[in-house]
Design a binder for this molecule. Structure first.
Ligand code: NAP
Length: 463
């Protein structure tokens, strides 16, 4: 196990901080503390928990600009996106602060006059979270807020690239009055910490956001202690543009869903499937807009696209672009790079590829970068087949002004999140999550609190 790691600004390569990894013994002590704290936190009234969550949210908002700056410096995304992420992160705390007061049981009509049948909901116990680097604030609060709202205690291991946002948010939780052992963080290598989490019988639930292979390994490792798992995994989002779409709106929304966070989001558009009758107009307008996007350091106020998070991710994106070109794709714009090998900074200009075919890697692997592959279709069923031809099922988008076409697409796309004329469907009060190998369970909305609850049933007889 490594002892320390450096958090680097991916736009400059500068070291922001050296973080000490927790030893296995320290992590186990934290688990014991979280487990012990559960005994009292679960008895804290829902109204008190709600009040503390709101105080936490208010404190984060008070420090919004500082936190946004930390996000941009450790993750690379433009400052405006980081500010939006802080708002998005607190929207989950606000929503679940309210939901804390609405965790209801029920009384079931009895089959026997002498009985009373009661169902009640209880927090599941100590919850362990593992989160990715691409939304260091929101992926954390989307898990911590419903966990704390129900009366669970919470421990998190953030991604090695972006632990500083998590550390700051947890400091503010403690400042708001949430007890130190109720919400904790540990740092370390994902694999080692994951093994301690999944192997511990003090933890009753693992909630993970990250790649599908790691998610699968956590599901397997959680089986021995039969832990509840929530998995928010990879995506490969299709965007279908039908012949009756509003092309200008489709272009604007595609830019939003594709280039946010330099294309490094799980719900980013990955395959743009356009009706052959409008491909020329759509691609011309898309390329015009893509060319206007400014690539640079996220702290510069003109920047639209920040750096790629690290060299491994950069190499994968370039490999996908080159593989497509070798197999016959045409570059309409982009495929140019700014690399500083000494400081390890990597920027990729927005790239649009046409003449794309389904044997190209970009069509069947998650690229996680600012690259748009364009393919055409004739019949709607062909577009649906292309869209569903993947093990992923997280987000899909389509653009049409035809009501029947829209409903047909909604019914037939195998995806957990669908945007119809909407490139940004996510919000705290709606369910977020994927089908197939994109995940298990949902976060957000009323669906997002249930995974932190156990159901107890009581039968009272002989009344
Ligand atoms: P990742 O490599 O799976 O890492 C995510 C987290 O898992 C990090 O904290 C990492 O720790 C940890 N980890 C790595 N290997 C592990 C192991 N063997 N056992 C336990 N934990 C381990 O994913 P990423 O590259 O950070 O994030 C990108 C992926 O996340 C993409 O596939 C994206 O689609 C997905 N994602 C999904 C959603 C969603 O809501 N569905 C949202 C955002 C991102 P280290 O940092 O120490 O390696």
């Amino acid at each position: 196990m490594i002892n320390t790691f450096q958090v680097k600004n991916p736009a400059t390569g500068k070291n922001m901080s050296t973080v000490t990894c927790n030893s296995p013994e320290e992590i186990k002590q934290c688990l014991q503390k979280g487990h012990d704290a559960f005994k009292t936190w679960k008895k804290t009234t829902a109204h008190k928990r709600s009040h503390l969550l709101l105080k936490w949210s208010n404190l984060i908002q008070k420090h919004k600009m500082d936190i946004a700056k930390i996000i941009t410096e450790e993750n690379g995304k433009p400052l405006a996106e980081s500010i939006s992420e802080v708002d998005y992160a607190t929207s989950y705390i606000d929503w679940y602060a309210e939901e804390a007061k609405r965790i209801y049981g029920r009384v079931i009509p009895t089959h026997d006059e002498g009985k009373r049948l009661i169902v009640s909901k209880h927090p599941i116990g100590l919850v362990a979270a593992i989160t990715p680097w691409n939304f260091p604030a929101a992926m954390m609060t989307r898990k911590a807020a419903p966990a704390l709202a129900t009366g669970c205690t919470f421990i998190i291991k953030p991604a090695e690239e972006t632990p500083l946002t998590t550390i700051r948010l947890i400091e503010l939780a403690h400042e708001a009055g949430i007890p130190a052992d109720v919400i904790q963080f540990v740092n370390g290598e994902g694999k080692s910490v994951g093994e301690i989490f999944t192997g511990s019988d003090l933890i009753r639930k693992i909630t993970f956001t990250g790649s599908t292979p790691v998610g699968k390994s956590l599901i397997k490792a959680s089986a021995d202690t039969v832990k509840s798992v929530t998995m928010e995994l990879g995506g490969h989002a299709p965007v279908i543009i039908t012949k009756d779409a509003d092309i200008d709106m489709a272009v604007t929304q595609t830019i939003i869903t594709k280039f946010r966070n330099a294309g490094q989001t799980c719900v980013c558009a990955n395959r743009i499937i356009v009706h052959e009758s409008i491909i020329n107009e759509f691609s011309r307008k898309l390329v015009d807009k893509a060319k206007q996007l400014v690539v640079g350091n996220g702290l510069d106020k003109n920047t639209d696209i920040g750096p790629i998070i690290n060299e491994v991710s950069y190499k994968k994106i370039v490999h996908h672009i080159n593989d497509a070109i070798e197999k016959g794709a045409t570059v309409l714009t982009g495929a140019n790079y700014e690399v500083d090998n000494e400081n390890k900074t990597f920027f990729i200009h927005p790239t649009v590829l046409t003449d794309v075919t389904d044997n190209m890697k970009i069509m069947y692997e998650e690229t996680f970068g600012p690259v748009v592959p364009l393919i055409t279709f004739k019949e709607l069923d062909e577009a649906i087949e292309i869209a569903n031809n993947t093990p992923y099922g997280l987000a899909a988008y389509f653009f049409t002004n035809n009501y029947k076409v829209g409903n047909y697409l909604f019914d037939n796309l195998d995806y957990g999140i669908i945007g119809w004329n909407d490139g940004a469907p996510s919000a705290a009060h709606v369910p977020f999550g994927g089908m197939k190998e994109s995940g298990l369970g949902r976060e957000g909305g009323i669906e997002g609190i249930e995974p932190y609850l156990e159901t107890k049933y009581l039968s009272i007889g002989n009344l």
